[in-house]
Ligand binder design. Structure first.
Ligand SMILES: Cc1cc2nc3c(=O)[nH]c(=O)nc-3n(C[C@H](O)[C@H](O)[C@H](O)COP(=O)(O)O)c2cc1C
Length: 181
């Protein structure tokens, strides 16, 4: 398939097959991710591969945040969906006292994440990037053993072999391009 077509066909995945994601594949994807552009070669990213105990604690926290006061059926449904996610990782960005540097570093992390997602997609694995309330909850920093003074979360990621690949749409190119003289 043509390169551009592959890039277009990557999708955010919500529903995964119950099939293990090889750890080696995630490490290969991180190897590719770190070749993303990054100003001043700060390499501001850090990748956390979540093991079973950590995932359990993260799921408990997400369920608590998403279902407070909503009853047992909602709680069970959210828990079931999250339990079905085959692999989890998180990406953080180094904090900086210089806001320009921190913004550039965040941009570099996003480039690295896209490298990673595209590599995984090529290998048949779909990813969902999440930035829900959990990534700003200080309890998540405790679970992941992060120091909020040193790094912040760019996202929490679910991944696995897709069960369903959703349709997506984009606005036409003419609507997003302005040609200047
Ligand atoms: C920075 C960022 C944060 C995102 N956070 C969420 C999220 O919290 N929940 C979610 O369902 N999707 C999230 N997404 C995924 C987008 O919803 C998704 O990329 C969008 O619907 C387009 O779908 P596509 O990735 O298949 O093209 C996030 C994407 C990005 C880039």
């Amino acid at each position: 398939m043509e390169f551009g077509e592959r890039l277009k066909r990557r999708r955010t995945i919500n529903d995964f097959k119950q099939r293990e994601v090889p750890r080696e594949l995630l490490l290969d994807a991180i190897d590719v991710a770190r070749w993303a552009p990054n100003h001043r070669l700060t390499e501001p990213w850090h990748f956390y591969l979540l093991g079973e105990q950590t995932v359990d604690a993260v799921i408990d926290l997400i369920v608590e945040l998403k279902t407070a006061g909503k009853g047992e059926a909602t709680r069970a449904a959210v828990m079931k969906r999250l339990d079905g996610v085959p692999a989890w990782f998180a990406v953080t960005c180094k904090r900086s006292d210089d806001p320009v540097r921190e913004r550039e570093d965040y941009a570099a992390c996003c480039c690295a994440i896209q490298n990673m997602m595209l590599y995984l997609w090529q290998a048949g694995i779909g990813v969902k990037w999440t930035t829900g309330a959990v990534v700003r909850d200080e309890r998540l920093f405790g679970i992941l053993k992060l120091r909020p003074s040193d790094e912040f979360l760019v996202g929490l990621f679910y991944c696995g072999y897709p069960e369903v690949i959703p349709e997506q749409r984009r606005r036409p190119v003419v609507e997003i391009v302005t040609s200047l003289s």
